[in-house]
Design a protein around this ligand. Structure first.
Ligand code: TRP
Ligand code: SF4
Length: 330
C-alpha cells in the first residue's frame, strides 16, 4: 500500500522562495510515491490572526494558485480547505479530551510564538490548542508521513503522544489512529535577504510572484562578506548570504567556481549577484506566470477545492466513524 501523507500551510499571503524549496518542491516530488493530502489550514491562521480576517479569502486564493503553479496536481493529490472539512474540528475536540494542558503549555513553539508575536494577545484557548488541531489534521486521514520543516518536529512528536494516549484509552489493544512520522525537508533553511529568518513580517523575502526586476533588486541589496570592502579584497564565501543562496540555486560545478573566484578576488560581488539573480529568475518565472494565470481563474480554483474538500470529507468521515465508535459516541 502507498503510504499516506498529510501536510498543511497557513494562508499567510504571498508565498516566497523559502516555501518553494523548503516545502513545495518536496511535496511535488512526494506525489510520485505517496497518496497526498495537502491542506490550506485557515483555522490555524485564525489562531494567531483572529483580529484581522479581512484578507483571509484572498490569501486562500493566493495559496491555491501558487500551489498549482508549483506543480501540486489536483488529479493526483487531494487539495483541501481545512475549514470546509468539519471532521478536523470534531476530531480536534475529541483529541482535546485526552490532551495534557501542561504538555501544550510546555511546547517550545508555544512560548516562542508568544514571545515573537508580542504585539498580539495569544493567551487564548484557540492558540493553546494549535497543536491539537494540527494532530487532528493528520489523524483525520490516518496519515503516517508528515513532511515538515525542522521547526515543526515538536508538533509531530506531540501528535504522536496524543494519538498514543487516544489509542491506549479507546483502542482495546488496536491502533485506531496510526502514529505519524515527520519527514524532514532535505533543503536547509533559507534566510531572508537581510540575513534574518525569511518572513513576510521582516519584508526580507523573495516572493514567487515577484517580477524579474524585483528579484534582481532584492538580490542586489543582499549582505555579502563584510570584510570584502574593495573589489580586490579576497572574500570568504562561507560568511556570505549570496553564496548560501548559490549553494541552493546554482549548479554545483558553478558553485565551486564561484567559491574559488571569490577567495582569489577574481569575481566581484556585483557580478556574483547578477548570476544568482539570473538563476533565481529562471526558477521563479514559470511559477510567477502560472500563479498569475490561476489567479485570473477563481472559478476553476473553487472547483478544484470543492472536489478536494469532498474527497477529504469522505476519507475523514470514515476515520471519524471509527473514532466515534471506539470512544462510545454512538
Ligand atoms: N503548523 C504548520 C506550520 O506552521 C501547518 C500545519 C497545520 C501542518 N496542520 C498541519 C503541517 C498538519 C503538517 C501537518 O507550518
Ligand atoms: Fe559573496 Fe559572491 Fe561577493 Fe564572494 S563574490 S563575497 S560569494 S557576493
Amino acid at each position: 500500500m502507498t503510504p499516506r501523507i498529510f501536510s498543511g500551510q497557513r494562508p499567510t499571503g504571498l508565498l516566497h522562495i523559502g516555501h518553494l524549496i523548503g516545502t513545495l518542491q518536496s511535496w511535488v516530488r512526494l506525489q510520485e510515491t505517496h497518496e497526498c493530502f495537502f491542506g490550506i489550514v485557515d483555522w490555524h491562521m485564525l489562531t494567531t490572526n483572529y483580529e484581522d480576517t479581512a484578507h483571509l479569502g484572498e490569501h486562500i486564493q493566493e495559496m491555491a494558485a501558487t500551489w498549482l503553479a508549483c506543480g501540486i496536481d489536483p488529479e493526483r493529490s487531494t487539495i483541501l480547505l481545512q475549514s470546509q472539512v468539519k471532521q478536523h474540528a470534531e476530531l480536534a475536540l475529541i483529541l482535546g479530551m485526552v490532551t495534557s494542558q501542561s504538555a501544550l503549555e510546555q511546547l517550545p513553539t508555544y512560548k516562542d510564538m508568544i514571545r515573537q508575536l508580542s504585539h498580539r494577545d495569544l493567551k487564548t484557548y484557540g492558540f493553546l490548542g494549535y497543536p491539537v488541531l494540527q494532530t487532528a489534521d493528520i489523524a483525520a486521514y490516518r496519515a503516517t508521513v508528515v513532511p515538515v520543516g525542522e521547526d515543526q518536529v515538536p508538533h509531530i512528536e506531540f501528535a504522536r503522544e496524543v494519538i498514543r494516549r487516544f489509542n491506549s484509552f479507546y483502542g482495546r489493544g488496536q491502533q485506531i489512529l496510526p502514529e505519524p512520522q515527520a519527514l524532514l525537508s532535505p533543503t536547509p533553511r533559507l534566510l531572508g535577504v537581510d540575513g534574518r529568518k525569511m518572513s513576510k513580517s521582516f519584508d526580507n523575502a523573495i516572493n514567487l510572484a515577484d517580477p524579474a526586476e524585483t528579484v534582481t533588486k532584492k538580490v542586489s541589496v543582499m549582505v555579502t562578506d563584510p570584510a570584502r570592502v574593495r573589489r580586490t579584497d579576497p572574500g570568504h564565501p562561507e560568511v556570505c548570504s549570496v553564496f548560501s543562496y548559490h549553494r541552493i540555486f546554482t549548479p554545483e560545478a558553478k558553485v565551486t567556481e564561484i567559491d574559488s573566484a571569490c577567495r582569489r578576488a577574481t569575481i566581484g560581488c556585483t557580478d556574483c549577484k547578477r548570476q544568482l539573480a539570473a538563476n533565481l529568475n529562471e526558477l521563479i518565472e514559470p511559477i510567477r506566470e502560472g500563479r498569475s494565470r490561476w489567479i485570473q481563474r477563481p472559478g476553476e480554483i473553487a472547483e478544484i477545492l470543492e472536489k478536494g474538500n469532498t474527497r477529504a470529507q469522505s476519507e475523514a468521515e470514515a476515520t471519524l466513524r471509527a473514532v466515534r465508535s471506539a470512544v462510545g459516541l454512538h
